[in-house]
Ligand binder design. Structure first.
Ligand code: PMP
Length: 442
């Protein structure tokens, strides 16, 4: 199989050089927090398989929900037809998410949930007498997906530079990254970043449709934590200057940060909320873009076709995926997932502190079931690993030896554990990580 994989498969985010250096791990089975390879070796899935498996793998209730729904109806289109799983999920989501988000638009991955929010915001202003609002604002180091629209509002150069000629221009505002400050003061970094947004809006709000942000944690851009005051400040500025706020909770939604939704830390409601990944607990592809009745109503028109939101995917509102998402939400409720995860998260944050004993571990940080640090050659002198040494790739390789599936972001090592991870498993993961760090030569 690996021979055929090498010959026929083009994996995402893989350099051709990686194929020459090592094959991907051939996984045969996954259960709970573990992945098992073809030889039966177990690996901790430390990133919940790209941040989606909130309840771990092979949850029996999720499997049953698929089978139940499968017996009735697998896929039907969602224009001109509707169905109970799609209706019930929309109703449930509007009850669970921050106030005011009463309309649910389905698509099937995080990037398109973002794309939909951008297009809806853009069209909203076009049909409400603000035709100059044709651009967007985004935060440095942000990642919102891989479609051209999502890439246009992304702030990680590596993902964008090659496509630059295709992208629409958007305004970049600084990230409140406390790592860039001598005093490491996150609140001061947030205040400074908000000033930059105010400055931008003073000059250009008339041409900005929306500002998009990953609330509380900028994930793919390096696990950068933001204080709640920053998210609150963005909400206030967007309201004051008439700019939509798009909260991209594709990664941080569904309990990841210790709250069901990250916006809850700041007590705010965005104008658009994008959800995916944990929505189906990793079982099936599904995403939603949620918005307000006020925005939805602006798409109403007596002559129908003038204000149609012309967008819809083949797999929109897939009944299997909606049934699974509903079951996942029931699991949250009936199995006390958030309470269990809160205890696990507090254990993770306390236990991770011991990693700081390693002289290469810098900027240890965490929130909820996320912990991260940057790996330096020497923290005290501030010496980092040069890019060519590909320290992240070496950590990944050594992690596999130690039974950990780790996917560093450059030299940022992180844990994004399933919410069901136990305290004993967390200790085991950290113990194995210490061994990985010891093996990195400095
Ligand atoms: N937004 C954020 C914040 C993400 O982390 C991701 C995926 N890593 C996306 C959007 C894109 O989601 P998808 O990969 O499902 O298209």
């Amino acid at each position: 199989l690996l021979e055929a994989d090498r010959r026929y498969v083009w994996h995402p985010f893989t350099q051709m050089k990686d194929y020459a250096e090592r094959d991907p791990v051939l996984i045969e089975r996954a259960e709970g927090v573990f992945l098992y390879d073809a030889d039966g070796k177990a690996y901790y899935d430390t990133n919940s398989s790209w941040w989606v498996n909130v309840h771990g793998h092979a949850h029996p209730r999720i499997r049953e929900a698929v089978n139940r729904q499968m017996a009735k109806m697998d896929h039907v289109m969602f224009a001109g037809l509707t169905h109970a799983p799609g209706i019930e999920l929309a109703e449930r989501l509007t009850a669970l998410t921050p106030d005011g988000l009463t309309k649910v638009f389905y698509s099937d991955n995080g990037s398109t949930a973002v794309e939909v929010a951008l297009k809806m915001s853009f069209q909203y202003w076009q049909q409400t007498g603000c035709p100059d609002k044709t651009t967007f604002a985004y935060v440095e180091h942000s990642y919102h997906g891989d479609t051209i629209g999502a890439v246009s509002v992304g702030g990680v150069d590596q993902y964008h530079s090659v496509f630059r000629p295709l992208l629409f221009g958007a305004h970049k505002v600084p990230s409140p990254d406390p790592r860039g400050r001598q005093d490491g003061d996150a609140e001061a970094a947030a205040a400074q970043a908000l000033e930059a947004v105010r400055h931008l809006f003073e000059a250009s709000a008339g041409e900005i449709a929306a500002l998009i942000v990953e609330p509380m944690i900028q994930a793919a851009g390096g696990m950068i934590l933001h204080p709640a005051s920053y998210v609150r400040g963005l909400r206030e500025l967007c309201t004051q200057y008439g700019v939509h706020l798009i909260a991209d909770e594709v990664a941080v939604g569904f309990g990841r940060t210790g709250r069901m939704f990250a916006c809850e830390h700041a007590g705010i409601s965005p104008d658009f909320l994008c959800l995916s990944k944990g929505l189906t607990a990793g079982m099936l592809p599904l995403s939603v873009t949620m918005t307000t009745a006020g925005i939805y109503d602006a798409f109403y028109d007596d002559y129908a076709k003038l204000k149609t939101f012309t967008h819809g995917h083949s797999f929109t509102g897939n009944p299997l995926a909606c049934a699974v998402a509903l079951e996942s939400l029931r699991i949250f409720e009936e199995e006390g997932v958030l309470e269990q995860a809160a205890a696990a998260a507090s254990h993770l944050q306390q236990a991770a502190a011991r990693l700081a004993a390693d002289p290469g571990v810098a900027h240890l940080r965490g929130l909820g079931m996320v912990a991260a640090f940057d790996l330096y050659r020497d923290r005290d002198s501030g010496e980092r690993y040069p890019w060519e040494e590909r320290i992240g790739f070496r950590v990944y390789e050594e992690g596999l030896q130690q039974g950990l599936f780790l996917r560093p972001l450059g030299d940022t090592i992180y844990f994004w554990l399933p919410l069901c991870t136990t305290a004993a498993q967390i200790d085991d993961i950290l113990g194995r990580t210490e061994k990985v760090l010891q093996r990195m030569s400095r």
